[in-house]
Design a protein around this ligand. Structure first.
Ligand code: COD
Ligand code: ATP
Length: 213
């Protein structure tokens, strides 16, 4: 199985890229989603977050109120680092648990030829980069990303706070083995992904229509 990690700052197009490869048959892992799945009421991680950020980050059911936590955790990069220190070690372990069996146990008849992992806060996951055949940075200018985020309903201030907690585009590119420029509103993102699939001689079906949805 070939593994692509997709890294990129907020609204760069990671999910669009991952969904496209999923439509071509890839196994998709989204660390944003894995984090949400961790936030079960009464779990140790929820308790640790509440201890760190205040018990009012919990909702009525005892789970995480994501909007409240987002305001606290993306207030400054230092606050984001406090959340990352709690959540990232667990996510790193979960990522290994998902990727290693998929690699080791399906050598004879691989269920998936390709795995794609979306990583929106990559600095905490460099230890796992050895599991990837390619670390692909998806990039677009900050203004383009802000417009796209606002268009899909995100508050511009929320966007700016999160962007402040993320690496510079140069630092992101330095972590990657290849870069896809997703500035243009055309099909170039998908064509570059197709080229990578071809480079690894993966025999995947074509995707249905490639829409940025
Ligand atoms: C604070 C939380 C609850 C807010 O939830 P919300 O539904 O509003 O956002 P969601 O998780 O869907 O993330 C949306 C985007 O915010 C940005 N973002 C999320 N976490 C982080 C982070 N730790 N550092 C910087 N940016 C982040 C990313 O661009 C991400 O794609 C949530 O983001 C969270 O738990 N973050 C910590 C877990 C984490 O680091 N996830 C990313 C793993 S790579
Ligand atoms: N090339 C493109 N042209 C126009 N719109 C695009 C393009 N690529 C992505 N988008 C749109 O931009 C928005 C952000 O894209 P996407 O959700 O894929 O980014 P992301 O990196 O996964 O974001 P996040 O960091 O929030 O997880 C989406 O609404 C998506 O449809």
């Amino acid at each position: 199985m070939i593994t692509f990690f997709l890294i990129g700052n907020i609204a760069s197009g990671k999910s669009t890229a991952a969904r496209y490869l999923e439509r071509r048959g890839a196994m998709r892992i989204d660390l944003d989603q894995l984090a949400k799945d961790l936030y079960q009421p009464g779990s140790a991680v929820v308790d640790a977050i509440a201890e760190e950020f205040g018990w009012d980050v919990l909702d009525a059911m005892g789970g995480i109120d994501r909007a409240v936590l987002a305001r606290r955790a993306f207030d400054t990069p230092e606050d984001a680092a406090r959340l990352n220190a709690i959540v990232h070690p667990i996510l790193l372990e979960q990522l290994g648990l998902r990727l290693l069996p998929a690699n080791c146990c399906s050598v004879m008849v691989p269920e998936h030829q390709l795995a794609v992992v979306e990583i929106s806060a990559p600095a905490g996951f460099t230890d796992a980069f050895a599991l990837a055949d390619e670390v692909i940075a998806v990039t677009a200018p900050l203004e383009t990303r802000r417009l796209r985020a606002v268009e899909r309903g995100m508050d511009a201030d929320d966007f700016d706070r999160r962007a402040e907690c993320q690496p510079s585009e140069d630092d992101l590119i330095a972590m990657a083995t290849c870069v896809i420029d997703n500035a243009l509103a055309d099909d170039s993102l998908f064509r570059e992904l197709d080229a990578l699939v071809d480079h690894y001689n993966l025999d995947l079906p074509a995707a249905e229509e490639s829409l940025h949805g």
